[in-house]
Write a protein that binds this ligand. Structure first.
Ligand code: ADP
Ligand code: ASP
Ligand code: MG
Length: 416
């Protein structure tokens, strides 16, 4: 009998009516003879509320860093509620079901609270329950450390739970039900001319996700690629039993017949730029700066270095996530005497816009089109970075939407 994982995000389980609809979708699959594991998120807005209770904003009880184990105890609770409610609804409909928390399966993670990585999922107990004809309703986003503490996988992490479960139970497919009917050429909330892609390669999806398209959690795509899990993204507004050929399939590049040079445009406003002026231009300076940032667990993304006007001096700019900008600034300032530079500045009003496509490997002129389209709209590029299948630019965040739309049109994505 085929095994299927169905994952439902926050808007898909936002209230009791939506949970009843989800139960009907699940029941249609079991009626068609499939063994089903369902992964659910917390109700829409719930995780934000739980996070706000911990992070020092407003009425927060404490100012817990996301790396605190009690932070995870609090924020993981939203998923427990939806898992229980969905299992109850299924039972009411006469479908055999039970809820599973991360620690009950168990989904064993490392100890990096707030952004834990899954180490292992012994799938036997779950597999046996499924084989016994019971729907497993699994709380997404949460796991358990080896010393028995609740952990969470980072915001948006329920996608990763779903793919990891699919790999553990060797499911035939992992269907990610959400509030859009697939993966689009760009965020349809920003560009109404965005087109749904029938298929997208794991590699492109990985870049899209890590460059800001939040439709799938980055780690879920990494895991799907590593374990060869076929993933499909589709809308939870479909009628029960009608999912058929709908949505977007994330698969190997070879399975995509229609070749495109650029498949999508992604953007992220979660960026900050740190500029260092008048650095000494000799070996060891970069190592000193980035070594200190790495030791403090600050992730650095784009980096550029240029000559300063003064002889023997250089300027350097790099980007970090917005959340890390204050800490990065403090670290760099703390090293001023050791490194010796004139000044440092931080700019939080920046955004990264990226174009992604496997076709870039074999086609020239992709960068030219990008820079031309941005120049035509008067958008100034502050930093550029490239990889084999993507080009990213850092721009003033006020121009994000303009840039996304201009690039979407420049690569003909609205005409796919
Ligand atoms: P869920 O709560 O179901 O996990 P998310 O909000 O995490 O849903 O992800 C779905 C959202 O991702 C969509 O509403 C859409 O605005 C956004 N999104 C960003 N980029 C894309 C894209 N390229 N294709 C589809 N959706 C995208
Ligand atoms: N509820 C969690 C969040 O909002 C996990 C998820 O929905 O994927 O981040
Ligand atoms: Mg999500």
């Amino acid at each position: 009998m085929s095994r299927l994982v169905m994952k439902f995000g926050g808007t898909s389980v936002a209230d009791l009516d939506r949970i009843r609809r989800v139960a009907a979708l699940v029941a249609a699959e079991t009626a068609a003879g499939r063994r089903v594991a369902v992964v659910v998120s917390a109700m829409a807005g719930k995780t934000n509320e739980l996070v706000a209770w911990t992070d020092g904003a407003g009425e927060a009880i404490a100012d817990l860093p996301v790396s605190d184990d009690e932070y995870d105890t609090v924020v993981a609770s939203g998923e427990q509620v939806t898992a229980g409610l969905l299992a109850m609804t299924l039972r009411n409909m006469g479908v055999s079901a039970r809820s599973w928390m991360g620690w009950q399966i168990p989904i064993i993670t490392d100890e990096a609270h707030g952004r834990a990585r899954i180490d292992e999922i012994p799938g036997e107990a779950l597999g046996a329950a499924l084989d016994g004809g019971e729907v497993a309703v699994i709380a997404g986003f949460q796991g358990v450390t080896r010393d028995g503490r609740i952990s969470t996988l980072g915001r948006g992490g329920s996608d990763t739970t779903a793919v990891a479960i699919a790999a553990a139970i060797k499911a035939n497919c992992c269907d990610i039900y959400t509030d859009v009917d697939g993966v689009y050429t760009t965020d349809p909330r920003i560009e109404s001319k965005a087109r749904r892609l029938a298929r997208i390669s794991y590699e492109e999806m990985l870049e899209m996700a890590s460059l800001g398209a939040k439709v799938l959690h980055t780690r879920s795509v990494e895991m799907a690629m590593a374990h060869g899990v076929p993933v499909r993204v589709l809308s939870s507004f479909v009628e029960p039993g009608q999912a058929g050929e709908m949505g977007t399939i994330v698969c190997d590049e070879e399975e995509i017949v229609e070749k495109r040079i650029v498949s999508g445009v992604a953007f992220s406003r979660d960026e900050a730029k740190i500029s260092l002026f008048g650095l000494p231009d000799h070996p060891g300076v970069s190592s000193e700066i980035f070594g200190r940032l790495a030791d403090a667990n600050v992730n650095v993304d784009m980096i550029v270095q240029s000559h300063a006007h003064r002889e023997g001096a250089a300027n350097m700019e790099f980007t970090v996530g917005k959340r890390d900008s204050a800490r990065a600034l403090e670290i760099v300032r703390g090293a001023k005497d050791v490194i010796g530079f004139d000044d440092v500045a931080v700019n939080d009003d920046v955004a990264k816009v990226s174009v992604i496509g496997v076709g870039m490997r074999s086609h020239a002129g992709v960068a030219k089109t990008m820079f031309g389209a941005l120049a035509e709209k008067g958008v100034n590029i502050q930093v550029i970075s490239t990889s084999e299948i993507k080009i990213s630019v850092l721009i003033d965040s006020a121009y994000t939407e303009l840039a996304v739309r201009a690039l979407h049109a420049a690569y003909g994505l609205d005409q796919l």
